[in-house]
Structure formats: structure tokens, C-alpha cells
Design a protein. Sequence first.
Length: 156
Amino acid sequence: MTFSRILAMGLSVLLTGTTAQISTLTAFLPNSILDGQKVNAASQAFFLGLDAPATYCPPVVEPNCPVASETVVAGAIGSLWVNVPGGQQIYVRANGALAFVQAHSNNVPVDSYRGGFLNVTISSDCAEDVNVFTWKAPDGSTGMRRHPNSARSFRE
């Protein structure tokens, strides 16, 4: 199986949630094989094509750790919805890759971008309105795209 890494810059992320505070992420790119794929977190990045997020639970609390079947984000893609002191912030690396900080760290690289995510409603006469998150770069460009090397494994 191949995995696609998410880069911030044409692919929007569908907001699926029961409240405005937490959401799961799904690729939104109509008429594409990427449309509808779950977005999951692994190795401090986000990927399409993973069955579930890659998680870690210390042995001392392992019996009490939930089984994660999908990545959940808090707010307007501000952080992962995790049970980690200090949380895990989401940011965009200088190379455009969507990333998150290591657990127990708020260390965002200085050349990275925080924020810039926009909640946009897409309206159509033929379908229900859809709420998506997109990203607006400092240069004014918007959207997200998958990593051009779709065969790249999340372990690389």
C-alpha cells in the first residue's frame, strides 16, 4: 500500500465532526481518487492511505489508552485532539508539509507557519453545502495538496 503525505498548498480537507471544537479530516477533491480518503497522523506528519493514525502509549498507562481508529483535530486544525500534557500543535513546515509537534514538546521550527487555516463553505445547487478547511499561505495562495511522491511510506 502506498501513502500520500499531505502538503499545505489544491486539496482541501473536509471537516467531519459533531461539534465545532473537534473534527476528523477527510480529503475533499471531487472527481479524484483522493476524494473521501481519511487523513491520519503518523511520524509528525499527515497522510492519506493509512488505516489508522500511528499512536504511542507509554507502558505505565497502556491499559487505559484508547484505541485510535482515526485522527481527531481540535479547533481550526490548531492541534491534535490528544491526551498529552501541552497537546500537540499542528503547523506547516517551510517545505509545505502539514506537520505536528512531538508529544510533550511545543517546539515548532522557526521557519514554519502556524495558523492560516480557513473554514470555507462550498455551496452547490446540486448537492448539500460542504464545510472544508483550506490553508492560506503568507503569499496568499490557498489549498493543500498531496506529496508528489505518493509511494513514500510514512516511516521514511
